[in-house]
Ligand binder design. Structure first.
Ligand code: ATP
Length: 306
């Protein structure tokens, strides 16, 4: 059984099509990244998974339950870190957790939860005085109450410093090791790249890619980017390099040529630059990052070859 099954999902708000005929399956035990530019439809999809809003069309099953008719069962087994969550300013961190334990009918140790997200020292202070990152940690601890089978995290790194972001990744991995499926949306590509087994990229309400990150690299054929120092670097060099066989695109980046190699060996491309355009002085090869892939899939000016 899949952890999440989304079938032909559509959601319209008046004339706006937020989610457009979307089908996606997330397997049990996966850490799944849900990516897309602002307004792509991520939060709308997450809200439908949790039955906060109703779809216009299509069906959604979460942990084997119909998200719309059995929403309560879904929410009981799911920990949620919602987007733009507000904590109660006048309650302490500890009181927040005690409240969630009560409504989830769970009997975990509050101190252990506080320790896991490293806010023990602030546990008895009012959350109104917490920094953004501390609030985020508190909300994460609330999501972990009851040892959920599924964690849904909407932009979990918001407000976290680099240490906090690393700790968030560690907690995600720990939860996953305990068998929890993790579904999270993010704009922070490094975060996604570091923890996700697979990702889906959504753009304008439509699914544009679902794969492992390596799989996306292969599909876009932007596996490698060459940075080349050449003796003559100007626009005419860039134009000539861009026309060479096996070159996807060329540009100037930090006084070097940046060349995306598309369907040819990087050595063939380097030899061609050296022989036909301008002499090569030095070069380095960088594997394309998830950020490059994300831009490639969601920048409507660029075409992606499948
Ligand atoms: N309640 C609503 N009423 C009208 N339009 C809405 C509503 N909620 C979302 N939309 C529209 O649906 C589209 C998708 O929005 P959504 O919030 O799902 O995007 P997102 O991918 O989560 O974006 P972000 O990364 O900015 O959070 C947007 O065009 C948005 O304006």
């Amino acid at each position: 059984m899949a952890a999440i099954e989304i079938n032909s999902l559509t959601k319209r708000f008046g004339d706006v099509v937020a989610v457009n005929d979307f089908t996606l399956q997330v397997n049990k035990g996966e850490i799944f990244g849900f990516l897309g530019p602002n307004g792509a439809g991520k939060s709308t999809t997450i809200d439908i998974l949790l039955d906060f809003i109703r779809p216009t069309d299509g069906t959604v099953t979460v942990l084997g339950y119909d998200a719309q008719t059995e929403g309560e069962a879904v929410r009981r087994r799911t920990g949620v870190l919602p987007d733009a969550y507000h904590v109660y300013d006048r309650l302490t961190g500890r009181q927040h957790l005690e409240f969630v334990l009560e409504i989830k009918d769970a009997d975990e140790d509050v101190n252990a939860l506080l320790e896991r997200v490293r806010i023990t020292d602030a546990a008895d202070r009012k959350a109104g005085g917490y920094s953004k990152g501390m609030r985020q940690r508190l909300v994460l601890a609330m999501a972990l109450v009851g040892d959920p089978d599924l964690l849904v995290l909407d932009e979990p790194s918001t407000g976290l410093d680099p240490n906090g972001a690393r700790e968030m990744r560690e907690i995600i991995r720990e939860e996953n090791d305990r068998g929890t499926t993790v579904f999270f949306s993010s704009h922070v590509m490094e975060q996604v790249e570091a923890v996700c087994d697979r990702v889906a990229i959504i753009n304008r309400g439509q699914l544009v890619a679902v794969d492992t990150i390596d799989g996306l690299r292969d599909a876009t054929e932007t596996g490698e980017v060459l940075y080349v120092s050449v003796s003559k670097l100007d626009e005419s060099t860039v134009e000539r390099v861009a026309k060479l066989d096996g070159v996807g695109s060329a540009s100037i980046d930090d006084a070097r040529l940046r060349v995306i190699v598309d369907g040819a060996s990087k050595f063939a491309v380097l030899r061609a630059i050296d022989a036909d355009v301008t002499s090569v002085q030095d070069f380095s090869v960088v594997e394309s990052s998830l950020e490059d892939l994300f831009v490639r899939y969601t920048d409507d000016e660029q075409e992606v070859r499948e």
